[in-house]
Each structure stands twice: as structure tokens, then as C-alpha cells.
Design a protein around this ligand. Structure first.
Ligand SMILES: *Cc1c(COP(=O)(O)O)cnc(C)c1O
Ligand SMILES: [Zn+2]
Length: 422
């Protein structure tokens, strides 16, 4: 692989060659960062070489990825990424913000952010000739692995807690994965999937364990970079009062901490290449009932103490986050912070985004709920340009969605009855 020279442990800094390790640091279990050869990339590519590509998926960033492009260019694997950014002027006004946007990751092929990670991991699996790919999942990572695997005929096995929302289990099954529901938590499924992978020689995709998930997730940062450059360009043309140097503030919901770390990595890549002058501010949002990373951040430590997670936002319900240290650094090193929100605030956020034409699952609405709180506590000011991520589709958890609205009336099929309820 062209630009991929090995791994570096995020805890002890030890570097490894490609062949030496597969998952985490053998010394301390730290998450491994994929090392890209920035000098080689810089010599070969200018930003325009990427931004002028017509590929409308995450594969437009191939020069910055540690895998080769997958074979066959019209499968769902080539539909991951390149999600739209919507302006939300009515919500901005309500929140007294000058500029607010939402990047809608529910538009991915299996309807969550996780497709970015799974697209890159199944491509890696092909390259190392893995027969079977396995993952533990609260639902979305599994659906994404199952869907991306189905797209290219790869065998996939998914361990999910038996409490996973039905729509997500349906996705797993329809995509033809072997689905194993565990009578336990996501964390139980996580530990079991690693044991099984070791026992049977499967390639394990687990979040915060396989270094390639981060590499897929970082492509969201590249897209935000391209979008932001263009948005700035437009403002300059229109002579907008927006200060060209106001850093963007990005809100992202956090469970294991791999998405926020991936977004951080993407911007660090661009910074190392000299393609951006500074990093945007990254703010992580956790459910109050599943806040191990926020707790550590607030205690100013990188030691993560597990919690007993309870939240309606199943995708971010995690006892022991597997990418907590890098997730803390993502906020710390970008002048960001962590915010926690209650389930009631999450449910309210579903309804608010719904009225803008966006339908998030609870974990997807969590980022917006965090923004509402950040404004109330002056973490964000009116002039700060803000981008929130919606990480997953509301169709994945309609039971939660129904909690955010009142039931529709059922009436007799008569005009009288209509008049009565209007
Ligand atoms: C996985 C997921 C998250 C959180 O990502 P982590 O890497 O676990 O922090 C947020 N929202 C949705 C919808 C997800 O599926
Ligand atoms: Zn280490």
C-alpha cells in the first residue's frame, strides 16, 4: 500500500511495521494510529488533485487512505460517504446563532456513519485475504459491516446485544450476515467477539480495536474540509461579514469515541500535509447515562473509569469506551470540550431536527442536544459557525422516535370527525 508505513501506539508511542500487529499495542493495549507517509503524499498530490475528483464517495480520498481502491465501482461500497450538509437557518435563528449546518450521515448506504469505517475495513479484509470479518455492535457498526460485506460478497458475523433495536437486527439479517444476539450488554458482546475472533481466526472489525475503522471515519473530516473551503469562498465572493478566520465548531455524539477520534485524525492529516492552517474546534456530546469519556475529560485525566450505561441512545450506550483516550484528546487538542445531555433532551432534539426535515436516531440527535446546551452555557457564542453531525437515521429506532411526538388521532372516516379534531 502506497502511503501506509505502519502503526504508532497512541499511549506509549511505539511504532510497528504493518506485519507486526493487527489490532492494538501488544505492550499496553493502546489504540494504534495508522502512520501515513505525509512527505510522499505531499510530493505526489496537491489539494486540488483531490478536490477536483469526480468520485462522489469516500473513495475520492484514496490518496490519504491506507488501502487500495476496492474492485468493482458500482456496489454500495462506493456509496459510502460524501454525505450532504444542510443549512438550518430556522434553528439557527431560534438558537441565536449566525450560522448552523448539519451533515447528514443517515444518507450512507446502511443509514449511519458506520459505513465509512466498514467500507475501509472490508477493503482491508480483502487485501489481507480474510475469509470472515466479525464485529461486535450495538447495531449500526454491524449493519454497516453486514451491508458493506454483502456488497462485495464477504462473509460477516455480527455479535449484538439482544436489546438492539429491531430495525437494526432486521438490517443485519437481510444483509445476510450471521447474526448472534448476546444475552448481555454491548461490552459483553465486544469481549466475546474478540475471544471468538482469536479462537476461529476471523478478522475483527471492532470499534476502537481495529485501527482501520478510524481511517474510514476520518473521511468525514475531509468532506467537512472541502465543504468549508467552498463555503468560505462563497462568503468572500458575497462580501459576507463572517470572519474568514472564525474556526468552525463541530458537534459529534460519542460512545466508544472512535468517530470523534476519526474526525480529529482527518483534520490532523490535513494539517500535517499543510493543507489547512488550523484545526476546527471539536465538541463531544455524550448521554448523561453513558458518559465515561466526558467524566474523564472533566476530571482532566486520560484514565477512563467504566460506567453502567443506561440511555435511550443505544448507539452510544457503552460501559467502557474503547477509544476513550484519543476521544479526550480530540476535544482537548482542538480547544473543544465535552457536554452531557439527558435522554429527555435527546428525545426533544429528535423532534426539533424532525421539523427541519432531518430524521435522526437518538444518538444522531445527541449532537444537536449538546449544541442547545452549549449555547445555554456560553460554550458557543452567536458568531461561531457550527456544524452538527447527524450520525444515524431515525428509521433505525422508531420506538424512540415515537417518544418524541404525540400519537396521531384515529378517527371515523367522516368529515365531521375531521372537523372535531382540527
Ligand atoms: C457508533 C455511533 C455513534 C458513536 O460513535 P463512537 O465511535 O462509538 O463514539 C454515534 N451515533 C451513531 C448513530 C452511531 O452509530
Ligand atoms: Zn503502546
Amino acid at each position: 500500500m502506497k502511503n501506509f508505513s505502519g502503526y504508532k501506539c497512541s499511549l506509549c508511542g511505539t511504532e510497528y511495521l504493518q506485519e507486526q500487529v493487527t489490532y492494538t499495542c501488544p505492550k499496553d493495549g493502546g489504540n494504534l494510529d495508522v502512520i501515513l507517509d505525509y512527505e510522499a503524499i505531499k510530493k505526489k498530490f496537491q489539494p486540488e488533485d483531490i478536490t477536483s475528483r469526480t468520485e462522489s464517495s469516500l473513495w475520492r480520498y484514496l490518496p490519504l487512505l491506507p488501502v487500495d481502491e476496492p474492485q468493482g465501482d458500482s456496489t454500495p461500497l462506493h456509496a459510502a460517504g460524501w454525505t450532504p450538509v444542510f443549512a438550518l437557518p430556522r434553528l439557527a435563528k431560534k438558537l441565536n446563532l449566525d450560522h448552523l449546518w448539519l451533515k447528514d450521515e443517515s444518507r450512507n448506504p446502511t443509514a449511519s456513519f458506520k459505513d465509512r469505517a466498514s467500507a475501509v475495513v472490508v477493503t482491508r479484509a480483502r487485501e489481507i485475504k480474510a475469509d470472515v470479518v466479525v464485529t461486535a455492535s450495538t447495531g449500526n457498526a454491524g449493519a454497516a459491516l453486514a451491508g458493506m460485506s454483502a456488497a462485495i460478497g464477504q462473509k460477516a458475523i455480527i455479535f449484538a446485544p439482544k436489546s438492539a433495536p429491531q430495525a437494526k437486527v432486521a438490517q443485519l439479517l437481510v444483509f445476510g450476515a450471521k447474526v448472534i444476539l448476546v444475552d448481555g450488554t454491548y461490552d459483553d458482546a465486544f469481549d466475546l467477539s474478540i475471544k471468538a475472533a482469536n479462537e476461529f481466526g476471523w478478522y475483527c472489525r471492532n470499534t476502537g480495536y481495529n485501527p482501520f475503522t478510524l481511517e474510514g471515519k476520518k473521511t468525514a473530516a475531509f468532506e467537512i474540509w472541502e465543504w468549508w473551503e467552498e463555503a468560505h469562498h462563497d462568503w468572500h465572493k458575497k462580501n459576507s461579514p463572517l470572519d474568514g478566520h472564525s474556526p468552525l465548531t463541530i458537534f459529534v455524539s460519542v460512545g466508544d469515541g472512535n468517530i470523534i477520534s476519526g474526525i480529529h485524525k482527518g483534520f490532523k492529516d490535513l494539517f500535517a500535509l499543510g493543507w489547512i492552517p488550523n484545526l476546527p474546534r471539536i465538541i463531544g456530546v455524550q448521554a448523561a447515562g453513558s458518559a465515561a469519556i466526558a467524566n474523564a475529560f472533566n476530571a482532566n485525566t486520560e484514565i477512563i473509569t467504566p460506567v453502567s450505561a443506561v440511555t435511550i441512545a443505544d448507539s452510544i450506550s457503552v460501559d467502557l469506551p474503547r477509544d476513550g483516550v484519543r476521544a479526550i484528546r480530540a476535544a482537548k487538542e482542538t480547544n473543544g470540550t465535552y457536554i452531557t445531555v439527558s435522554d429527555a433532551e435527546i428525545i426533544k432534539a429528535i423532534a426539533e431536527l424532525g421539523k427541519m426535515g432531518v430524521f435522526p436516531e437518538p444518538a444522531g440527535a445527541t449532537a444537536y442536544a449538546g449544541l442547545v446546551k452549549a449555547i445555554a452555557s456560553s460554550v458557543v457564542r452567536s458568531a461561531d459557525p457550527v456544524l452538527v453531525l447527524n450520525t444515524g437515521s431515525g428509521l433505525k429506532d422508531i420506538r424512540a422516535a415515537m417518544q418524541s411526538v404525540s400519537e396521531a388521532p384515529i378517527i371515523e372516516p367522516t368529515l365531521e370527525a375531521v372537523k372535531k379534531i382540527l
